[in-house]
Design a protein around this ligand. Structure first.
Ligand SMILES: *[C@@H]1O[C@H](CO)[C@@H](O)[C@H](O)[C@H]1NC(C)=O
Ligand SMILES: *[C@@H]1O[C@H](CO)[C@@H](O)[C@H](O)[C@H]1NC(C)=O
Ligand SMILES: *[C@@H]1O[C@H](CO)[C@@H](O)[C@H](O)[C@H]1NC(C)=O
Ligand SMILES: *[C@@H]1O[C@H](CO)[C@@H](O)[C@H](O)[C@H]1NC(C)=O
Ligand SMILES: *[C@@H]1O[C@H](CO)[C@@H](O)[C@H](O)[C@H]1NC(C)=O
Ligand SMILES: *[C@@H]1O[C@H](CO)[C@@H](O)[C@H](O)[C@H]1NC(C)=O
Ligand SMILES: *[C@@H]1O[C@H](CO)[C@@H](O)[C@H](O)[C@H]1NC(C)=O
Ligand SMILES: *[C@@H]1O[C@H](CO)[C@@H](O)[C@H](O)[C@H]1NC(C)=O
Ligand SMILES: *[C@@H]1O[C@H](CO)[C@@H](O)[C@H](O)[C@H]1NC(C)=O
Ligand SMILES: *[C@@H]1O[C@H](CO)[C@@H](O)[C@H](O)[C@H]1NC(C)=O
Ligand SMILES: *[C@@H]1O[C@H](CO)[C@@H](O)[C@H](O)[C@H]1NC(C)=O
Length: 424
């Protein structure tokens, strides 16, 4: 060793120019050679050669930017890289780099593209949106993915029937697009990926993906039913109903913006809530929310107010004539209406299921009604005699005035006559 080194040093000292020429001996761009296509699990040789007079060259093999292997070759032989293709990601663009051992020169080879042939494997569907639950007219995109497979062709199936591209369904190999879905597009979608490998046809179907197309729930209507009232409490039925929207719909009831409960409407469109409240005339504001997978929709606020209003036709009622009384409330109820007739000599009550009562106003007095513990305003029936009295008073006053006027006139005439007589 020492001998070689001293010899080298000797040469260096004697012929610096010649040595320089040799050390800086130009490294050419290397040439990379390898297969274009390989089968999965095969091991192939990729060789790289750079012509140089150098004693030692460092060869590096890259796939893309990844260093795969390094070889230090001290002859003019090509570097032979033995590469195993265990997956399709082992395919791609290969390149080799050569460096002189003093790292003074670096050159790159041509690049070669290696395709890994593999049977198709691992077929699945992805969707946009995910999960594939859509409103009518929304856009659906399905993609068929394969974990592995070269030169794959695809087929699409809807409820087991093969789908072909048409103006509404666009199929392009691994992608299926429906720009505006309709309710009839609800169903199972499946793709099949096929390829040839080692003279054999491989064909693998994905699991099926269930696409759901729905009509969004419309703003629900809200109604209150008062079912039972006593001093301790009251039962209400609050009904919520979205006239449109694919079932199931989940209704949520709020009272004064606080959550009360949920109702899952699956076989019937209407949601019903039984609410127990302590007795009060103003129960607050009830509101329903309807959701079936999209933006929630709200009802109007319903003020449940037990107050009662009595109206009559004619207004005011006339004694001796028929009068129709209306007892109005802002909610629905199964309760009974009680009608009160208060007269000076005979008080009576009536009970009806309807909110209307027709009656002959035979006596002067007051009418009112009540339901669910709340009493209405009252309406008065004026007595006919009292109006007669008014007329009588008015007539007597008028007659008296007339009498005074006539008497006055007579007196005046008499006095005028007397005066005239005196002159004469
Ligand atoms: C490749 O090798 C893996 C295991 O190393 C094996 O499961 C697979 O079946 C092989 N594929 C082919 C196409 O030979
Ligand atoms: C390559 O081999 C030469 C001689 O065999 C040695 O001097 C050099 O250090 C080696 N280079 C690397 C990077 O291994
Ligand atoms: C690389 O392979 C070629 C051809 O098979 C052979 O001639 C050469 O010697 C090999 N290179 C090395 C460094 O073994
Ligand atoms: C497209 O094909 C689907 C499924 O076969 C079918 O339901 C739809 O009506 C077709 N659309 C048109 C515009 O032909
Ligand atoms: C199918 O998709 C490919 C690649 O995405 C595209 O180049 C081609 O134009 C598409 N063909 C049709 C008919 O849309
Ligand atoms: C290719 O097919 C041959 C014969 O059909 C079989 O012997 C061989 O194992 C197959 N190779 C692979 C990688 O599947
Ligand atoms: C396909 O479905 C089966 C059973 O439902 C499940 O075990 C498997 O993971 C699914 N495969 C994929 C790719 O989702
Ligand atoms: C509901 O809100 C109204 C007005 O904000 C209020 O008067 C009422 O007391 C509230 N009711 C309950 C039960 O909280
Ligand atoms: C009384 O109620 C009925 C319906 O319940 C309504 O048709 C009618 O107009 C009402 N009459 C009055 C005077 O309020
Ligand atoms: C009818 O009821 C009123 C008050 O409700 C009362 O003042 C009146 O005396 C009652 N009349 C009779 C005859 O009971
Ligand atoms: C009191 O009124 C009711 C109903 O209007 C009537 O049936 C009853 O005979 C009346 N009684 C008297 C004493 O006038």
């Amino acid at each position: 060793m020492m001998g070689i080194y001293s010899d080298l040093l000797f040469l260096l000292a004697l012929t610096p120019y010649a040595i320089c020429q040799k050390v800086s001996g130009q490294l050419s761009n290397p040439t990379l050679q390898g297969p274009e296509k390989v089968k999965l699990n095969e091991t192939e040789t990729i060789s790289c050669i750079a012509s140089s007079e150098k004693l030692s060259i460092l060869y590096s093999l890259y796939r893309g930017k990844t260093l795969v292997q390094v070889q230090n070759i001290s002859t003019s032989e090509p570097a032979n890289f033995s590469v195993s293709f265990h997956s399709q990601t082992d395919g791609g663009t290969y390149k080799c780099k050569v460096e002189s051992d003093d790292a003074m020169q670096t050159k790159y080879s041509n690049s070669i593209n290696i395709i890994v042939l593999a049977p198709v494997l691992g077929v699945s569907i992805t969707s946009v949106p995910d999960p594939p639950v859509l409103k009518v007219h929304d856009k659906l995109t399905l993609n068929c993915l394969v974990k592995q497979g070269s030169g794959v062709t695809y087929q699409w199936y809807f409820n087991k029937q093969e789908l072909l591209s048409n103006s509404s369904i666009k199929i392009n190999q691994s992608s299926l697009v429906i720009d505006h879905v309709d309710l009839k597009d609800t169903g199972d979608y499946q793709c099949k990926a096929n390829n040839q490998f080692n003279m054999t046809t491989f064909s693998i179907a994905s699991n099926s993906t269930e696409v759901i197309v729905k009509v969004p729930a419309s703003n629900p209507d809200i109604l209150a039913d008062v079912n039972f009232v006593n001093k301790d409490g009251m039962y209400l039925t609050i009904r919520c109903l979205s006239h449109e929207g694919t079932l199931p719909i989940v209704y949520t009831l709020y009272k004064n913006t606080s959550f009360v409960s949920d109702y899952y409407a699956e076989s019937h469109r209407e949601g019903q809530f039984i609410v127990l409240e302590s007795y009060t005339d103003k129960l607050g504001t009830f509101k329903c929310k309807a959701t079936n997978g999209f933006e929630p929709k709200y009802s109007n606020g319903l003020d449940v107010d037990l107050s009662v209003k009595l109206t009559s036709n004619p207004d005011p009622p006339i004694q001796g004539y028929q009068v129709t009384l209306n007892c109005s409330i802002t909610y629905q109820t199964t309760g009974f209406y009680t009608w009160y007739f208060v007269h000076s000599e005979n008080n009576s009550t009536e009970s009806t299921k309807q909110n209307q009562f027709t009656h002959i106003a035979s006596h002067p007095g007051r009418y009112y009604c009540s339901i669910n513990g709340q009493t209405s305003n009252w309406i008065q029936v004026l007595g006919q005699d009292s109006s007669f009295q008014t007329v009588t008073v008015a007539v007597s006053v008028a007659v008296t005035m007339l009498l005074i006027l006539v008497l006055g006139l007579i007196c005046y005439c008499i006095s005028q006559k007397a005066h005239r007589c005196n002159i004469d």
